[in-house]
Ligand binder design. Sequence first.
Ligand code: HEC
Length: 150
Amino acid sequence: MRFLGFIVLIIVVAGSFGCGQNAANKKTSDANGASPVSSIKNRNSSYDAGKLVYDRNCKVCHQVNRMGMPKVYPPLKNTERTNGDKDFLIEVVLNGLSGEVVVEGVKYNGVMASYRNLTDQQIADVLNYIRSDGEAADDLVTADEVQQKR
Ligand code: HEC
């Protein structure tokens, strides 16, 4: 009988220890789970996230320094358009662009594919990254603005 009581005690102690562990794990995963969902409102964190999107998707043509290649890929650094209308920039990323365009006095007549497979937040971030040098730097593109154009 005393032996059985001892076993029960072990089970109770082990059980409550296990529950304690579970509760602790749950708390950690909640905390981790919340961060990617929260939208990026801060200019610097949007810039960092946007640089990652740029390096993965845009750099191959528009180049690491965002200066493009004259007559082939337009520059995306401190140009009239990167500092200009957000709607135009959102539309280019969502729908692509083709036909003749003149960027900073140089003619381009190429084809850029759509990047609508990126999330609204990724598109907002990459545009904030390419707008980060000029007078529009503080006029952030938001995920909501991208969503409205989809
Ligand atoms: C395969 C090459 C290629 C890739 C990759 C690419 N682009 Fe382009 N992009 C172009 C070309 C070519 C044009 C000019 C199209 C034309 O001549 O009509 C262009 C034009 C643009 C323009 C318009 C510039 C202006 O001043 O009118 C923007 C904005 C732009 N790209 C952003 C991006 C972003 C952001 C990414 C990554 C998500 C990206 N591009 C990826 C080739 C590319």
